[in-house]
Write a protein that binds this ligand. Structure first.
Ligand code: FAD
Ligand code: NAP
Length: 340
């Protein structure tokens, strides 16, 4: 049986982040099971505010490597409850998200299909309320089971307490660094309904009413493979910046100068601008500075063609921010966590 914790020293950073940035972590504690949670060495790590809790490293840019990190590798799935058409599934924080989505779709537990192929772990999914193709985690998340880093206390937080919003949550804002996410509880449905309100997905499934969740899953995988860099081949953390939410008056003013502005009104009255479009209109799609660049098929994806350092990638990101601010007066905020 695997031991619950394993400590490694001088660990190469490159395989632990999808940007493929090089470096070395002085001390890496791998958590393979929370049976070891009472062990003092884990507390020692978690109480250190400079210690990073790491999942798949797919939403992080390392300008500096962390000196200490705890990597969540605890994988399990267990059905908590079944009632009517719903299944409540508890999933260990270290479960790879893409495998989870595929398995649930195969088992006939639906709701995750549009979130296919998002890299990373189940434990990180609530941090930015992952979303894609018109679906967000909040639609299927029942609860988040956390350990408080300062005390080790286990708390089950209902999803409604976690402030899940557009690519955001309290874990990313006022609770930053406070909790380790041990597991999440999903409420999935046996009813084979698909959500096709996202134009690119609807176009890929023209017989919309006949489409099954499996069809939606496969269509999302096809679109993503055609448009996004494969992390196994080209380093990235997906979209580098968040799509900015601006007042409707700002969007209207921009549209006067830019009639083809890509903008989506939000229920709260604000307007979501497509950050990729803004970057593209600054002439920065396909830009390359050494081994750092923007992806030719989607300017929002900042990439590492091989040897870029975290600092070089961050410098390019700042250049993009400055160009968008100068042309549109819009401030792009990183979606990726930048670790200095
Ligand atoms: P990490 O990158 O390891 O960590 C991210 C943050 O979460 C860090 O602050 C870390 O400290 C914290 N964290 C991680 N695990 C835990 C835990 N168990 N407890 C407490 N804190 C934790 N995102 C989307 O929303 N939609 C997409 O469509 C999407 N597409 C992507 C495509 C590509 C090619 C790539 C590379 C990334 C994409 N992303 C997308 C971003 C990324 O996949 C998600 O944000 C993912 O949830 C990050 O998971 P991770 O395990 O890699 O987290
Ligand atoms: P896209 O289809 O080229 O669309 C550009 C932007 O327009 C997207 O960011 C999307 O916002 C928005 N959009 C498109 N249709 C919309 C609609 N009907 N209603 C509201 N907003 C709409 O985007 P893409 O780059 O190929 O990505 C496709 C999907 O995968 C998007 O949902 C995107 O968020 C997700 N994705 C995320 C990451 C990441 O790292 N976060 C990486 C790759 C892909 P939203 O982003 O809000 O959906």
């Amino acid at each position: 049986m695997k031991s619950a914790l394993s400590l490694e020293r001088d660990v190469p950073l490159q395989p632990l982040n999808t940007f493929g940035v090089s470096g070395q972590i002085d001390q890496l504690l791998r958590v393979q099971s929370f049976a070891g949670f009472d062990r003092p060495e884990l507390y020692d790590f978690l109480r250190d505010p400079a210690c990073l809790v790491l999942g798949g490293g797919s939403n992080l840019l390392f300008v500096q490597p962390p000196r200490r990190a705890v990597r969540i590798e605890h994988r399990y799935q267990s059905v908590e409850r079944e009632e009517g058409r719903f299944v409540w599934l508890r999933v260990g924080g270290g479960c790879p998200w893409p495998e989870l989505v595929e398995e649930c779709t195969q088992r006939g537990w639906f709701g995750l299909e549009n979130l296919a192929l998002i890299p990373g772990t189940a434990g990180a999914a609530p941090i930015q309320n992952i979303g894609a193709y018109g679906v967000e985690l909040v639609e299927v998340l029942e609860a988040v089971v956390v350990r408080e880093r300062a005390t080790g206390a286990e708390v089950r937080l209902p999803a409604s307490a976690c402030g899940l919003g557009y690519r955001s949550s309290r874990f990313k804002t006022e609770w930053r660094g406070r909790y380790l996410i041990e597991s999440i509880v999903l409420r999935l449905s046996r009813e084979p309904r698909v959500k096709l309100n996202y134009a690119a997905l609807a176009q890929a499934l023209p017989d919309g009413e006949m489409a099954t969740p499996r069809d939606a899953f496969e269509a999302v995988c096809r679109i993503r493979r055609s448009k996004l860099p494969d992390p196994a081949e080209v380093g990235s953390a997906g979209s580098f910046f968040q799509n900015p939410l601006v007042p409707a008056s700002t969007a209207e003013a921009l549209r006067r100068d830019w009639p083809d502005l890509v903008a989506y009104p939000q229920p709260d009255g604000r307007v979501k601008l497509a950050a990729g479009w803004l970057i593209d209109r600054c002439g920065l799609r396909g830009l390359r500075r050494g081994d750092a660049g923007t992806w030719p098929a989607q300017a929002l994806v900042v990439v590492n063609y091989g040897g870029a350092t975290g600092a070089q990638i961050w410098q390019l990101a700042q250049e993009i921010q400055a160009a968008v601010a100068a042309r549109f007066g819009v401030c792009l905020e990183p979606e990726v966590q930048v670790w200095h």
